[in-house]
Design a protein around this ligand. Structure first.
Ligand code: SAH
Length: 247
């Protein structure tokens, strides 16, 4: 079972959105587990303080290495990576999410205030993860984002295994436009090719659209894009076999 352990001073925020919908159902079905640890439980003074003023002066408070260290040491990581949610971290992307989802789970430390004492990072081998170039008030939402992205990739969580494969970022492309019924809405029709029933043409159109959107919107992804051959369609797989059904 994929396991998430979250270290936070706000354990009451969990499971939050992770308790609903896809992730919530998967949790109820025992496909993943979530455990929170209240960092405050590891404070040693009677005020249960987890933070102190920054050495060298300046605004805000810093989470203490000694308290965080006790909390981290109380977690049996079982080979799971120990992550520190941090705007300075390596940017989270779909490739990293896939790697984490395929592993045993994560231990995620949530910062608050101005951040954490630098010494804890190296001393406990924390890997800093950023969910984007903006600053949140705390690591909890970042940890939820990471866990949500991982959980949906756990086998059995999404209806179709394939739905994780050809979506945004899986090949450095963002997703092609999607449509559903009604076929005509406010005078706007679904592109004809999608109604053609020709699986090969549909795949080619989707690929071309994904490439166009990536080129237009995400030059960074476009620069890293290496086109893979289009997947063999059902028509091609069946070609040559007599009586192969055409859809
Ligand atoms: N003073 C820090 C920001 C602290 S924000 C700085 O300038 O870098 C407080 C906490 O929120 C951080 O310790 C981290 O755990 C979390 N956090 C904020 N922004 C984040 C982001 N983009 N990704 C991941 N975690 C973030």
């Amino acid at each position: 079972m994929w396991r998430a352990t979250v270290l936070t001073i706000f354990p009451e925020l969990f499971p939050g959105p992770l308790g609903a919908s896809l992730a919530g159902k998967a949790y109820a079905n025992g496909l993943w587990s979530l455990e929170t640890l209240d960092i405050r439980d590891f404070a040693t003074d009677r005020h249960r303080s987890v933070d102190d003023t920054p050495a060298g002066g300046g605004p805000g408070m810093i989470m203490r290495a000694d308290v965080l260290g006790q909390a981290i040491d109380a977690v049996a990581d079982g080979g799971r990576p120990r992550l520190l949610m941090s705007p300075r971290g390596r940017p989270l992307n779909q490739a990293w999410v896939r790697e984490l989802a395929q592993g045993p789970g994560v231990v995620a430390v949530c910062g608050r205030f101005e951040g954490v004492d630098e010494r804890i990072i190296a001393a406990r081998g924390l890997v800093e993860v950023s969910i984007g170039d903006y600053v949140l008030a705390g690591g909890e939402l970042a940890a939820m984002v990471l866990i949500d992205a991982c959980v949906r990739l756990i086998p059995g969580v999404m209806g179709k295994v394939s739905s994780g494969e050809d979506e945004s970022f899986s090949a450095n492309l963002i997703e092609y436009p999607q449509f559903t019924r009604p076929q005509m809405w406010e005078g706007l029709a679904i592109p004809e090719v999608l109604m053609s029933g020709d699986h090969g043409k549909v795949e080619a159109w989707r690929r071309a659209e994904a490439e166009r959107l990536t080129r237009e919107r995400r030059p960074d992804l476009w620069a890293a894009y290496r086109p893979a051959p289009l997947p063999r369609t059902r028509t091609e797989v069946g070609r040559g076999k007599k009586g192969s059904p055409k859809r």
